[in-house]
Design a protein around this ligand. Sequence first.
Ligand code: E4P
Length: 217
Amino acid sequence: MKFFIDTANLDQIREANDLGILDGVTTNPSLMAKEGIRGQDKILKHYVDICNIVSGDVSAEVIATDFDGIVREGEMLASLHPQIVVKVPMIKDGIKAIKYFSSKGIRTNCTLVFSAGQAILAAKAGATYLSPFLGRLDDISTDGLELIEQIVHIYRMYDFETQVLAASIRHSMHIVRCAELGADVVTCPLDPILGLLNHPLTDIGLAKFLADAKGSK
Ligand code: E4P
């Protein structure tokens, strides 16, 4: 399972990358705004800065919602850096654009996915990644993990090549459950990734080993 970090914060991207387990980055317009990155020039430069930190895929989201606009913007984003994956919303013109990008060899991440039906359409259109937002489903008392399970099952049954990129991860246990369910990728903020490190028995055990090591000097 690949690990992507879901942020536009360069320090957090560096910290996750330094762990040696990072496979890529996802961003969205809200994450860019949160870092105060505004205006096209600054946004484009920020994508390149991210690509220069990590060696894996970096999702850059289009703002256009019509076919011509998505294609124009997506081609421009893809030309920025070979690591860029064009993030396209799950809408009618988005599906048409994903099909177009796939015929041109431009990689895509279909975002804002909340149902298995949407997942089937994106795979048929040739999306590289599919981003079901499991936390946002949990937020409205619908089981996001059930959707991940359903999509993984369908994709495996038909050998769809689209990778299931579990998104909108809220905590470490989401990551573990996504791994159990066979998600190809998880994208999450830094905290749930670091949360995977924690176990009180590790801390207790290490303290005892260090104390015993000191005593036997
Ligand atoms: C995915 O690519 C999105 O950027 C992200 O996971 C959304 O997460 P949120 O629901 O925490 O905003």
